[in-house]
Design a protein. Structure first.
Length: 527
């Protein structure tokens, strides 16, 4: 398209059609993007193109601490400096080669510099927290650790290793002091804890519950009567303690007209089960019933549960069972509930520095006790005898500590006697009933935590069933053995256990500190 000149437009006055002027106008319009040229134009339309200038060589990345300023020196002289986001950073020109940049808020922005050579240079500004002081204090808390701290958009990211969980907690608490207060606008800051505890974090707990309970009881009681033909007008009965029921007299259907008969055998007085001995004198028509006992009992309990747990986690162990109990409900119905009994162990370990372990432990040993059982609608519900404790201790790996101990001694004596007559020496025993009981209980609970690691794939694990084989016919029927020859594990010689027996204890039971005498207790043990 050509344009006719009618006025002065900066290209001069020419009443003719000016090809040169029209071409200049078209090129200017195409460059400015204000007009388009039709296909009928003398020259084809030139398309608008924009390309990104590679400014890698003229870009610099700078991290500016929040609420602090940095002085930047440039190698070129600048005539102008503009910041994209003044909310993130502020820039001031100190001299042609020096800039002062201040961090105002978390984030990223750019500073555009115009050099004296009319080229543009870019400074990428990254505003974050300054954590050098945090790292210095973290190394003071845990000199053995390797803690690293970075600021990511106002959040503190903790990485690296520490020597214990306790020191990791203290470092996190320290990092919280470096969060900005008040928090800048549009920022959400928090601590990202990615610290790892160096070393093994699995704890094996060896718990030993040992109890020895001994009791002795001595009892003597005498019942008897004196009556019959030799005592026509009187009779004498001793009924202290009710050892044996005694009834003196004739049958209710007949009147007493002569001597009271003295009956023996099936027609006489039956002997009760509580009577340990009966002594009779038919000619004297007298009979005595005695209850004389000396009871001795020994109870030994040894439980050694072992359990492994990771630091900070709770582990539970139960070797026992459940027994049913009846629970009355409304409308006369009865439901069944179950209670656990046996050997129980709950513990929570926390591995600290220098191989120290903080341990929350709760061992328990319980067993059914039918001496305290109750009956309900024909069902027998036993009681429970329980030994339990719960505490928190701290000790080094491999150390042993007694977390609980009990020494309980009980003495009980009961004497029933007839006044005056029961005070007579020797003969007064006929009119007395005495009961003397004494019990002694020793209980100790030991714990030994150890930091352990899993075994390797090529290591062999020793199992309790290793070497256990069944007996052949000769060993079972002729020798009465329940284990075969391989129970010794291939051991030969005089020092090996005999065939069919288990390994011997390292010392005799009475020499061990946690064991009392084996077998029946005697009264001499309590003097």
């Amino acid at each position: 398209m050509f344009t006719k000149i009618t006025e002065d437009n900066g290209f001069g006055r020419d009443p003719k059609w000016s090809t040169r002027r029209s071409l200049r106008v078209a090129i200017f319009a195409i460059v400015m993007g204000t007009v388009s040229v039709t296909p009928d134009a003398a020259y084809a339309q030139a398309k608008f193109q924009a390309s990104i200038k590679d400014m890698k060589g003229s870009r610099q990345h700078i991290t500016v601490p929040l609420y602090r300023s940095l002085t930047i020196e440039t190698t070129i002289e600048t005539t102008r400096a503009d910041v994209v986001s003044k909310q993130v950073a502020d820039v001031q020109v100190i001299s042609p080669t020096q800039l002062l940049i201040s961090g105002e808020n978390f984030g990223d922005t750019s500073v555009i510099l115009v050099g004296a050579d009319h080229n543009h240079y870019v400074l990428d500004i990254h505003v974050e927290l300054d954590l050098e002081d945090l790292l210095r204090n973290a190394r003071a808390i845990d000199p053995l650790g390797a803690v690293q701290a970075r600021s990511v958009r106002g959040n503190i990211l903790l990485t690296g290793t520490v020597s214990s969980t306790d020191r990791a907690r203290r470092i996190v608490e320290l990092a919280s002091l470096y969060l900005p207060k008040p928090i800048p606008e549009r920022a959400q800051t928090e601590i990202q804890n990615h610290l790892e505890v160096a070393g093994e974090q699995q704890v094996l707990l060896r718990c030993t519950i040992a109890e020895v309970s001994r009791s002795a009881a001595r009892e003597l009681g005498i019942n008897g009567f004196l009556a019959g033909e030799n005592a026509k007008d009187a009779f004498l009965i001793n009924q202290l303690g009710g050892i044996n029921p005694i009834n003196i007299g004739a049958a209710a259907s007949s009147a007493v007209t002569g001597n009271v008969p003295f009956l023996t055998g099936d027609d006489g007085i039956p002997v009760s089960r509580s009577t340990t001995m009966s002594l009779g004198f038919p000619r004297a028509q007298a009979q005595f019933f005695l209850k004389a006992m000396a009871d001795n009992s020994l109870l030994s309990v040894l439980a050694e549960p072992n359990l492994v747990a990771i630091s900070g986690e709770t582990a539970q162990f139960l070797a026992g069972g459940e027994f049913p109990i009846l629970v009355p409900q409304s409308l006369g119905t009865v439901s069944v509930d179950f209670r656990e009994f046996g050997v129980r162990l709950n513990f929570t370990p926390v591995v600290r520095g220098q191989q120290r372990i903080r341990l929350r432990v709760a061992p328990e040993v319980s067993e059914l006790d039918f001496t305290t059982a109750i009956q309900f609608e024909g069902f027998v519900v036993p009681g429970l005898t329980s030994r339990s404790t719960e505490t928190t201790v701290e000790l080094t790996s491999g150390q042993t500590i007694a977390i609980a101990g009990l020494l309980n001694e009980q003495v009980r004596g009961l004497a029933s006697k007839t006044p005056a007559m029961g005070e007579i020496p020797v003969l007064g025993a006929l009119f007395r009933s005495v009961n003397y009981q004494r019990s002694l209980t020793e209980l100790v609970v030991l714990v030994t935590p150890e930091i352990v690691a899993p075994i390797e794939a090529n290591q062999k694990i020793a199992l309790p069933t290793d070497g256990l084989v069944g007996p052949d016919d000769f060993e079972l029927y002729a020798l009465g053995l329940f284990e075969g020859d391989d129970t010794n594990g291939g051991c030969k010689g005089a020092d090996c256990p005999k065939k069919g027996t288990t390994a011997q204890l390292p010392s005799e039971p009475q020499n061990a500190s946690l064991h009392g005498p084996w077998g029946l207790a005697t009264t001499s043990d309590y003097r």
